[in-house]
Design a protein around this ligand. Structure first.
Ligand SMILES: Cc1cc2nc3c(=O)[nH]c(=O)nc-3n(C[C@H](O)[C@H](O)[C@H](O)COP(=O)(O)OP(=O)(O)OC[C@H]3O[C@@H](n4cnc5c(N)ncnc54)[C@H](O)[C@@H]3O)c2cc1C
Length: 467
């Protein structure tokens, strides 16, 4: 008879663990407190516009191999549009295109970087030199820099205030959702080494062409109703433990038994459902509150005409870091999406203040928006978007698997953790969440689930000293 897993949380981590376990012959019950899948990467029905909107634009990079593997298993990998270029606004209606050219990685974007007229010459050279030095620092550099911040790293690499503001802020703050002054330097190195420098395919930017919910539409088809279920509206309230072993989940409806338990909840929910005694038993559950939260503001903008032709724009030096072109409808109205990462100072602003600031940034990037009529603006504040990826947070991120050795004879047996906050080596991203779910499934099934990283280029290997 197949073994049964009880999984809490229907975000990407929970879905990844579920699919991997089903594919290994396990049966599963998943409990999700809301009525939909996707957690922090999901869509909602907007009463005001009548449209299905994403909580925020989510993008991925070519190096997100496990996320793409999950989309492939869910039969939605073709719903991602890939771009080899990013467009950077200059503030005068024109833009620079950063793209992969003919040179081998890590030089693939060097030519276009040198041609970016929106950046002063010395900044283009500074950034290029820093990129190569980051690559040469390799994995060892991430360890050496693990206790320091992004800004300390950038200053060490000779990046002045202008370079930080016009280049590193839009890249790093949006990738890691943290200000440079606080973010762990090891994450900055990770993003640059794996995301932008390691190969042409790594740096491609993926943007879903459909609402995020649609990406998960086949998930339910994978569930065999006779032996498995996804229970929406089922809130997990506690973990059942017997003789140091997890035996199931307490919910607002009943107790669900399983051979293993996977908790794929945001860290603060996990912290809330575990008792002091359970925290005492399992070192992974201690110190979670040190992870903190960093907010993101996404703003849906509906205009009476098309003002942005490009698929997206980076806004260097502005508070709004990215604008995404979500298409033009039959009446010629354009839907744009503005993203403000590390948005702490925006969280207490009301809709009018947000509209004013975002409109200023929009007009800076697309001066023709000045003449356009704003039909509506729909801000979505996500106060708990990601954990704060500081050097301190790295020290408390837990492993998926219980450790057999510990103060009280080891962690809670059969209890597995998943979620973007887990120790995957990745920052708080969709890829990190999927990796955490796959790592939990690997530990449970004793099989390999994680997929290979994209291969790195020969010159990258030579320069970074890897094989
Ligand atoms: C605004 C925003 C923009 C982002 N942009 C990007 C991006 O561009 N690229 C990127 O890679 N990442 C991005 N992220 C991060 C990404 O969305 C997350 O890292 C990822 O979705 C986290 O997945 P998860 O499964 O770990 O957690 P979650 O998505 O939080 O899933 C946890 C699930 O558990 C459920 N739950 C909570 N409590 C209970 C309970 N007691 N019982 C049962 N169920 C419960 C929740 O409803 C949720 O469905 C963004 C996040 C936000 C918020």
């Amino acid at each position: 008879m197949s073994q049964h897993a009880v999984i809490a949380g229907g975000g990407l981590a929970g879905m990844a663990a579920t699919i991997a376990l089903l594919d290994s012959g396990w049966t599963v019950t998943m409990c999700e407190s809301r009525r939909r899948l996707g957690g922090r990467a999901s869509s909602f029905h907007d009463q005001q516009t009548g449209e299905t909107l994403d909580n925020c634009q989510h993008v991925l990079l070519g190096c997100c191999t496990n996320l793409m593997d999950l989309y492939t298993r869910l039969d939605t990998a073709d719903d991602i549009n890939w771009y080899d270029s990013t467009w950077w606004a200059r503030g005068d209606g024109r833009d620079d295109q950063m793209q992969s050219g003919l040179l081998p990685a890590p030089l693939h974007q060097a030519w276009s970087l040198l041609r970016m007229k929106g950046l002063p010459w010395r900044i283009r050279l500074q950034v290029g030199q820093a990129g190569l030095r980051m690559l040469r620092m390799g994995l060892k550099g991430r360890r050496v820099w693990q206790d320091r911040t992004g800004i300390q790293l950038l200053e060490h690499l000779g990046q002045d205030e202008t370079a930080q503001r016009l280049f590193w802020d839009p890249i790093i703050v949006s990738a890691l959702n943290m200000p440079l002054a606080e973010v762990a330097a090891s994450h900055v190195l990770h993003v640059m080494q794996e995301g932008f420098l390691a190969g042409k395919s790594h740096a491609r930017m993926g943007v879903p062409m459909v609402p995020l919910d649609t990406l998960y539409s086949h998930f339910i088809d994978r569930i065999d109703n006779a032996t498995e279920s996804v229970r929406f509206g089922t809130k997990v309230t506690g973990i059942g433990i017997e003789n140091g072993r997890a035996i199931g989940l307490e919910t607002n409806q009943d107790f669900i038994r399983g051979d293993v338990v996977v908790l794929a909840l945001p860290w603060e929910k996990l912290d809330a459902i575990t008792t002091p005694a359970q925290k005492e038993m399992d070192r992974r559950l201690q110190g979670l509150h040190a992870l903190g939260h960093s907010p993101i503001l996404g703003v849906h903008i509906f205009l009476d005409r098309q003002v942005l032709q490009r698929p997206h724009l980076v806004l260097p030096g502005r508070s709004t870091q990215w604008l995404f072109n979500k298409g033009v409808n039959q009446q010629g109205h354009q839907h744009l999406h503005a993203v403000i990462s590390a948005a702490d100072e925006w969280m207490d602003l009301d809709e009018a203040a947000i509209t004013k600031r975002v409109t200023e940034d929009l007009i800076w990037a697309c001066p023709n928006a000045h003449a356009a009529e704003l039909i509506s603006m729909r801000p979505v504040k996500e106060r708990r978007a990601t954990f704060r990826a500081t050097p301190e947070a790295e020290r408390v991120r837990p492993y998926a698997t219980p450790n057999r050795v510990g103060n009280n004879g080891g962690d809670i047996e059969s209890l597995f953790l998943a979620g973007d906050y887990c120790r995957t080596g990745w920052p708080a991203t969709m890829e990190g969440a999927v990796r955490s779910g796959y790592l939990a499934a690997e530990a449970i099934t004793n099989t390999t689930v994680l997929v290979d990283d994209c291969p790195t280029g020969w010159l990258v290997n030579l320069l970074s000293g890897s094989q």
